[in-house]
Design a protein around this ligand. Structure first.
Ligand code: TXA
Ligand code: MG
Length: 319
């Protein structure tokens, strides 16, 4: 997984093909692909998204099929400017504007009541819509060039680790049609914080790097939504982020002894690879590339102190 090259700020990769097209006008080519009805995977600061213009029902439905995603799990609409929130949402509470002013562009997704034109296949039939403005120049350039928000889930097979590099997307969708814009590795590495914005409070539906205290500093009343047995965001109902290898969480260091096991630790520990929010999905995918049977993670300090990291790792460890 390499850093983005100076000479290739974005490169277009064709799914299911060895061909790597280096193109000065990769945004125009990606737009042409979307207009022709094929999805485009694009980098964001969190993870790669697999996008379709929000009005293109067939391409949106194709994305659900490509991912094997349950149809009751709604997609996030990615906008190119804060003002576009009104195009998708209605009766937007003032708290939402405060959050947008503070955190957009950035890894915060707002759930508000939807406008009637937003397709049911995007919102999975819900009366609400999830909206975010990504903090990535390639994502913003693509959305603005399309002239319409992009509905995009994370660019991975449903239930598997998200993609934080173009190579991850290529590996998951080798048999599919579409293109990937390679914008290098994602800076954050885990998905956005998802919040439901109500008149007088904000409810966290999925934790992310923007945490409870960050939100509280802006809107005052913030609570964590749902419970383990009855989560509030449809996407949090499923086993998620999981590699083929089993994931075992340990509270105390153990002696690494088995060549069929990948040993990770949330803080620096001799004999263990250090796992962070930034590299979590790459390590989960690496385990499968190495064909290891189990992943053991020593969960003590470091990234384990992050609620969002714990959420992803615990879901990956569910059986
Ligand atoms: O960082 C991210 O959020 C990435 C990048 C690509 O933007 N996207 C992402 O999308 O993680 P996805 O589809 O993997 O996760 C979206 C989450 C799911 O848990 C889904 O259930 C929830 O957002 N969601 C979407 N619309 C919702 C709604 N109207 N109400 C409640 N939850 C919603
Ligand atoms: Mg996802």
């Amino acid at each position: 997984m390499g850093r983005r090259g100076e000479d290739s700020p974005g490169a277009l990769l064709v799914l299911g093909d060895e061909l790597r097209l280096l193109s000065a006008d990769f945004i125009a080519e990606a737009v042409a692909c979307l207009r022709a009805g094929y999805p485009v995977a694009f980098p964001t600061e969190t993870v790669y998204g697999l996008g379709a213009p929000i009005g293109h029902r067939e391409t949106v439905e194709q994305i659900f099929r490509m991912k094997g995603r349950p149809s009751d799990n709604p997609l996030i609409c990615h906008v190119g400017a804060p003002e576009d929130m009104q195009f998708l949402g209605r009766e937007i509470p003032p708290l939402a504007h405060d959050l947008v002013d503070c955190f957009w562009p950035g890894p915060l997704t707002l759930v508000v009541k939807k406008q009637s034109h937003v397709l049911d296949c995007v919102t999975a039939g819900l009366e609400t819509v999830a909206i975010r403005m990504p903090d990535h120049p390639v994502a913003l350039a693509l959305i603005r060039a399309v002239g319409e928000p992009l509905a995009a889930p994370s660019a991975n097979i449903s239930g598997r680790p998200s993609s934080t590099a173009a190579a991850h997307v290529m590996a998951d969708f080798a048999d599919c049609e579409g293109v990937v814009i390679d914008g290098g590795p994602c800076a954050v590495g885990i998905e956005s914080t998802v919040v439901l914005v109500e008149e007088d409070e904000v409810v966290i539906l999925r934790p992310g790097t923007i945490g409870v205290e960050d939100l509280r500093a802006v809107v005052g009343k913030v609570r964590l939504g749902g419970t383990a047995t009855r989560p509030m965001s449809p996407g949090t109902r499923y086993r998620h982020y999981a590699p083929r290898a089993s994931v075992r969480l340990e509270e105390a260091p153990i002696a690494p002894s088995d060549a069929h096991i990948l040993y990770l630790s949330t803080r620096e520990l001799v004999g263990f690879e250090t796992v962070t929010e930034y590299n979590l999905y790459d390590w989960l995918r690496e385990a499968d590339r190495r064909n290891v049977r189990d992943i053991v993670v020593v969960c003590q300090g470091g990234s384990w102190d992050s609620l969002a990291f714990r959420d992803r790792l615990q879901k990956a460890a569910l059986r």
